[in-house]
Write a protein that binds this ligand. Structure first.
Ligand code: SF4
Length: 357
């Protein structure tokens, strides 16, 4: 029996009940795949349902304001995914009359759509024979074919792609891809695969050789760089000094309390005061520590301390992205990760904070 036939039979009986599998709308598949890129299925389910209540169609998302879209994404992290999704659906709305295109060449040109997402959309929505290869599929195939090369190397990825292209079902490529996703997520899991209940155990070379737990082979990743930051919470009545991050790069376009990166050997207070003045035009003194947290990105780990600051108001430099924002408008802003935690902390503990000043 072919691998595809075994997988499809297993999928029919055991497929996961997921909200984006209720129909084959390419827009819904697109949204779910983008949400799933860095987030666990269990978390995505509720976000996806809330999203579809607000943006049920591609056109409803294409016509939405970016700020609102980011708010619906808040909590999923990696906000560039939401911005790219919005850019992509707007492109489909303008250039393809609102219909997600059906060819790989066109789909991969849409903002934020890579090889994997294109494969998922085309195979599930349009029944095209396109593989959708993510980390799960790489793991399953490296075990199935006992491939011991580094899984992140282009040579091994190409080798696996060719194998998936050879095995993919002709009639049901979308179900084949989804079966592989489910197998990787529930049975051929990292560390200790559940081989005794795997439908492919008789076909699996890795298991036959007893190497399933050693595969896939991965080169060690460099750990995220620790970065120390001091952020200033400066208040005038109901207004707080906030900064909008640049339009490109980490947490692009999001709002934050002005923060300064501190090198290990530096005098944190002196450096903070000097850079804060330069960037915001405000001469400040650091008072009490309000809140402290860490936040890990793929390449950096922020250790950020928020201090209550006092000072006499100065002129904000022209052309800067600094503004005085009324606290009642915080709900409309997309705060950058740990800064949202600080804003929430402030709202929840306002009375206590004011008493301690
Ligand atoms: S037999 Fe084990 S290692 Fe092989 S595909 Fe199944 S779960 Fe993975």
């Amino acid at each position: 029996m072919r691998i595809a036939d075994i997988l499809l039979t297993w999928y029919k009986e055991c497929k996961r009940d997921l909200p984006w599998r209720k129909d084959k709308d390419p827009y819904k598949i697109w949204v779910s795949e983008v949400m799933l890129q860095q987030t666990r299925v269990e978390v995505v389910k509720s976000y996806f349902e809330r999203w579809m209540e607000r943006f049920p169609t591609l056109e409803s998302l294409a016509g939405a304001r970016e700020e609102e879209v980011i708010q619906y994404w808040q909590g999923l992290g990696y906000y560039s995914r939401a911005r790219n999704l919005l850019e992509g659906v707007r492109e489909v709305s303008v250039s393809y009359g609102g219909q997600v295109p059906e060819t790989k060449e066109e789909v991969v040109k849409l903002a934020g759509v890579g090889d994997y997402t294109a494969g998922a959309i085309l195979s599930i929505a349009y029944n095209k024979q396109e593989p959708a290869i993510d980390g799960n599929v790489l793991r399953v195939f490296s075990r199935l074919y006992c491939i011991d090369g580094d899984i992140s190397s282009p040579v091994v990825k190409k080798q696996i792609r060719e194998l998936v292209e050879r095995e993919i079902s002709f009639d049901y490529p979308g179900d084949f891809n989804q079966a592989l996703m489910d197998l990787g997520a529930t049975i051929c899991i990292p560390k200790v695969p559940r081989c005794p209940i795997c439908p492919l155990q008789k076909q699996c070379l890795g298991k036959e050789k007893g190497l399933q737990q050693q595969l896939p082979v991965k080169k060690k990743k460099t750990p995220p760089l620790p970065v120390r930051l001091v952020a200033g919470v400066l208040q005038q009545g109901e207004f707080f000094l906030l900064r909008q991050r640049p339009a490109k790069g980490l947490l692009a376009g999001m709002w934050e309390f002005p923060a300064v990166e501190i090198q290990a050997e530096e005098d944190a207070i002196a450096v903070f005061r000097q850079i804060f003045l330069c960037e915001t035009g405000q001469e400040v003194e650091l008072q009490s520590l309000l809140f402290k947290c860490t936040h890990t990105f793929s390449h950096r780990k922020w250790d950020i301390s928020f201090y209550h600051c006092t000072g006499s108001p100065g002129n904000i430099p022209t052309g800067s992205r600094i503004s005085w924002v009324n606290k009642r408008d915080w709900g409309k802003l997309s705060f950058a990760g740990p800064h949202r935690k600080m804003a929430d902390f402030f709202v929840e503990n306002r009375k206590k904070i004011l008493q301690n000043r």
